[in-house]
Design a protein around this ligand. Structure first.
Ligand code: VTB
Length: 329
């Protein structure tokens, strides 16, 4: 079978649209069994195990490029790990449980996330922080950018949306490092939705303001999460920019080793995700876009979003799983 070029990309879409949902669904069910139980590590481990075994059923020759950590720190789904049964060569980015604390406390927007992309098309980033800014589709390129102040960005976005700036809502991680950003945003009159964790969901929410009420994502979160979110935005439309936070020599060296030699560089969507991608996320806890897992006597229900950049589709799947044995640990 031919696995390269357009045919390969075509198969990527077609092969994976349902199979990829199984990966995030299974991880979501595993994590949801530990939802609200105060044990972040156990929930994360359950999601990792479930995601890994389901990924290994896919007809791909996958390499994890965004994963749980490097091989020394993460025994499973580490960066460089091979996944899948063989077949289409792809790169895989994942976060088996995005928002472990959200899950442990049963707070909104804990999700499971996977992106499968054409080989070589995902930016390989070190596990450092990344400053991010993201907006939804329908805006001219460059309406917002990391080279401008929060005020300039919010006023520019409000003009482009045709509303006063106090009708704009920004999503920001609730962290002490964002004190100045939060102050600057509030000084413009814009509203802030502070989130405790989960900036992949935060960025995705910004790409669907009608549904979520969030117009823009701002602030510093994980760099791997930035690439995952960019994969989603490549499918939904929208813009994202990221700048690695390389404030020590050690971090600069790690970036250097991945070929990211300019510490000040602003990465755009196309820099982070340059080829076809299929993205899936399932809700673990109830959230703005995805409902959490529901357990019933005879079935488990999951809610998943599957997006494909090439096919240009965004599918929502509400799945009833009657084969409960499949989810036994
Ligand atoms: C973000 C977010 C994650 O960590 O990457 C954030 O996407 C990083 O910031 O969901 P902190 O180190 O301050 O937590 C999470 O919130 C949790 O992994």
């Amino acid at each position: 079978m031919e696995h390269s070029g357009l045919d390969g990309a075509h198969s990527l879409d077609r092969l994976l649209s349902v199979e990829i949902a199984r990966v995030t669904e299974r991880a979501a069910v595993a994590a949801a069994m530990l939802r609200g139980k105060g044990d972040e590590r156990a929930a994360d481990q359950a999601a990792v195990d479930a995601m890994r075994s389901e990924l290994n059923t896919l007809a791909v020759e996958g390499t994890v490029v965004i994963g749980e950590g490097d091989e020394d720190s993460a025994p499973m789904l580490f960066v460089g790990e091979r996944v899948g049964q063989g077949g289409l060569p792809v790169d895989v980015a994942l976060d088996p449980l995005e928002g472990t604390t959200l899950c442990a406390k049963n707070l909104p927007n804990a999700i499971t996330v996977v992106a499968v992309a054409a080989k070589g098309s995902l930016l390989n980033v070190p596990d450092v922080y990344m400053e991010k800014i993201a907006i939804g589709p329908g805006y001219a390129e460059g309406v917002v950018g990391l080279d401008r102040s929060p005020r300039e960005n919010l006023e520019s976005l409000a003009r482009a949306k045709g509303v006063p700036v106090d009708h704009i809502t920004a999503c920001i991680l609730d962290r002490p490092r964002h004190a100045k950003l939060i102050e600057e945003v509030r000084a413009t009159g814009a509203s802030i939705r502070l989130i405790g964790d989960g900036d992949v969901a935060g960025v995705i929410h910004a790409s669907d303001p009608l549904e979520t009420g969030i117009d823009i994502y701002m602030g510093i979160g994980g760099a791997p999460e930035g690439v995952l979110a960019a994969a989603a935005l490549r499918c939904t439309g929208g813009q994202i920019q990221g700048r690695l936070q390389l404030n020590t020599g050690e971090k600069r060296n790690r970036a250097d080793r991945l070929g990211l030699t300019d510490p000040e560089r602003i990465y755009r969507l196309d820099d982070m995700v340059s080829g076809d991608v299929v993205f899936a996320a399932s809700g673990v806890t109830d959230g703005n876009l995805l409902e959490g897992v529901r357990f019933h006597a005879n079935r488990i229900e999951t809610h998943t979003i599957v997006m494909q950049s090439r096919g240009g589709t965004i599918r929502q799947m509400r799945t009833r799983h009657f084969d409960l044995a499949r989810f036994k640990r």
